[in-house]
Design a binder for this molecule. Structure first.
Ligand code: FIX
Ligand code: ZN
Length: 414
C-alpha cells in the first residue's frame, strides 16, 4: 500500500515506528543472573538520579540527609515534592506517568502505595517479559564494567546467557583513572607498571582481549570529559592507541565514545552530580581518519556539538553516530537533533538509545522517542511526496527497522 497524503503517511509511519522491535544499543540494565544489579519497580523509578537532581532543588532537605534515608522514604519524598506539591512536567517525571499508564495503572489515583503493590507482585522473570513486551524491545545492550567487584564475580562464576541482554565492555576506569586501575590490574596478577612501558601495554591488551572473550561483548565503550583530546600526551591517549584500538581491530568490535560529561560538578549529589560541556569533534575526526580499520560509535552530550558531529559523520563510514544522550533526551531536543540528522545523514545513523537504568524506563524512553522519530520521519517523507515520490508501507517498515535495529547490527558485523 502506498501512503499518498501527509495524514495517511503520518498514520503509517507512526504505526511502523511504534511497532518495530528495537535493539537498544546502550542501557545500564542487567540480565536477571546479575541479581540486585537489575533495578526495577516504582521506588527505583522515583529515585532515578535525574529525579534526585530535580528534587534536591526544591526539597527542604540536604543531599547528605536525603541519601541517608531508606530508598522507600527517598521515593516517597520525591513523589510528594515532584508529583503532588508541583505538577510533574519535567521529562523524567512525565516518564514515570507514561510507564504507569502503559502498564495499565490509574495515574489519576495518585496513590503511590497502589503502584507499589502492582510492582511488588511481579517476579523478576515476569517483570522483564512485561517491560520488554510493553516497550517493544527485542534486546538491550548492558554496560558491563570488568572493574566492578560485584559484577566481576558474576562473570567469573558464569551464568546462562539471556539473548535479550547483550554485553558491552565498559572501560572508563582504564582510560579515565590509570593510576588506580593499574593497582587493580597488578593485584589481579597482570604485569603492569604506572609508566606504561611495553610490558604494561601488552598486559593491558591481554586484559582487554580476555574480557572481550569472557563477556563476548559487542563493543568496548567509554565516557569521556569535554576536554578529551586525541592525540595527546596522556595515559588515556596512549592506552587508547596502543591497547584499546589494536584489540578492537583484532576482534572486529567497535569502540564507542560518549563524549562531553563533566563528572561530579556537585559531588554531594553523587550519581546525580554530573554536568555537560562542549567537546572537541576534531579529536573524533582524527581518530576515524587515522584508524580506518577501527569502527567507532560516537554520541556527544552537548547540544552545541551536534551539528559538527553530524557533519563529521558524513565523512567517515567507520563512524556510527548514535542516540540523544542524557540531557539531550528531551522532546524538544530529540526533535531538533533527529531532524538535522535525517537531513545530513539520511537513514545512516541510530536515532536513539534509552540509557535506561531501571527496567521499566525502557517503556517510557522508547514510547516518547519513537513518537518524535515518527513525526520527523513522516515530515521527511511528506517532502518526498511533494516531488511525487510516494513511499509504500513496506519501504516505511524497512526504514524503521534500519533505524531501530539493523543500522546498529550491520555496523557490528561489518
Ligand atoms: O556514562 C554513561 O553511560 C551515562 O549514561 C551515565 O553515567 C549517566 O549516569 C546516565 O545514566 C545518563 O543517562
Ligand atoms: Zn549511559
Amino acid at each position: 500500500m502506498t501512503a499518498n497524503t501527509p495524514s495517511e503517511l503520518h498514520k503509517t509511519v507512526l504505526k511502523a515506528v511504534m511497532h518495530t522491535p528495537v535493539v537498544d544499543m546502550h542501557t545500564h540494565l542487567f540480565a536477571p543472573p546479575f541479581g540486585d544489579m537489575l533495578l526495577r519497580g516504582i521506588d527505583e523509578l522515583l529515585t532515578y538520579h535525574y529525579l534526585i537532581a530535580e528534587v534536591m532543588r526544591v526539597a527542604p532537605i540536604d543531599s547528605g540527609d536525603f541519601y541517608a534515608m531508606p530508598k522507600r522514604a527517598q521515593a516517597g519524598l520525591i513523589w510528594r515534592e515532584l508529583f503532588i506539591e508541583r505538577s510533574p512536567v519535567s521529562e523524567a517525571c512525565r516518564g514515570i506517568l507514561t510507564v504507569l499508564t502503559r502498564l495499565g495503572l490509574d495515574t489519576a489515583s495518585r496513590n503511590l502505595d497502589e503502584f507499589r503493590g502492582f510492582f511488588d507482585a511481579l517476579d523478576v522473570g515476569d517483570h522483564v517479559d512485561l517491560a520488554f513486551r510493553t516497550a517493544g524491545l527485542k534486546a538491550a545492550v548492558m554496560t558491563n564494567d570488568p572493574f566492578d567487584d560485584v559484577e566481576r564475580e558474576v562473570w567469573l562464576r558464569g551464568f546462562d546467557p539471556d539473548d535479550r541482554f547483550l554485553p558491552a565492555l565498559r572501560i572508563d576506569p582504564l582510560l579515565n583513572d590509570w593510576p588506580r586501575t593499574c593497582e587493580k590490574l597488578a593485584a589481579w596478577g597482570y604485569k603492569v607498571d604506572t609508566t606504561l612501558n611495553h610490558t604494561t601495554l601488552a598486559a593491558v591488551r591481554k586484559f582487554l582481549a580476555e574480557w572481550l572473550g569472557r563477556t563476548k561483548a559487542l563493543y568496548m565503550a567509554v565516557s569521556l570529559p569535554p576536554n578529551f583530546a586525541f592525540p595527546e600526551e596522556s595515559p588515556r591517549a596512549e592506552i587508547m592507541e596502543d591497547c584499546v584500538l589494536p584489540v578492537a581491530r583484532e576482534s572486529g568490535v567497535p569502540f564507542a565514545m560518549m563524549i562531553g560529561v563533566k563528572r561530579g560538578v556537585n559531588p554531594a549529589l553523587r550519581l546525580a552530580s554530573d554536568g555537560v560541556g562542549l567537546a572537541d569533534v576534531d579529536s573524533v575526526v582524527r581518530l576515524c581518519g587515522s584508524f580506518p580499520k577501527n569502527k567507532f560509535m560516537v554520541t556527544m552530550l552537548a547540544r552545541e556539538n551536534q551539528h559538527e558531529l553530524a557533519v563529521a559523520t558524513r565523512k567517515f563510514s567507520n563512524l556510527l553516530l548514535f542516540g540523544c544522550w542524557w540531557f539531550l533526551n528531551n522532546p524538544s531536543l530529540i526533535d531538533e537533533i533527529t531532524r538535522m540528522r535525517f537531513e545530513l545523514l539520511g537513514l545512516s545513523f541510530v536515532p536513539q538509545h534509552s540509557d535506561a537504568r531501571i527496567l521499566d524506563q525502557v517503556i517510557y524512553k522508547w514510547d516518547h522517542s519513537r513518537r518524535i522519530i515518527a513525526d520527523v520521519l513522516a515530515d521527511k517523507y511528506a517532502g518526498l511526496l511533494d516531488a511525487d515520490w510516494a513511499v509504500n508501507e513496506h519501504e516505511i517498515q524497512r526504514d524503521a527497522q534500519r533505524l531501530l535495529e539493523t543500522n546498529f547490527r550491520d555496523f557490528l558485523s561489518r
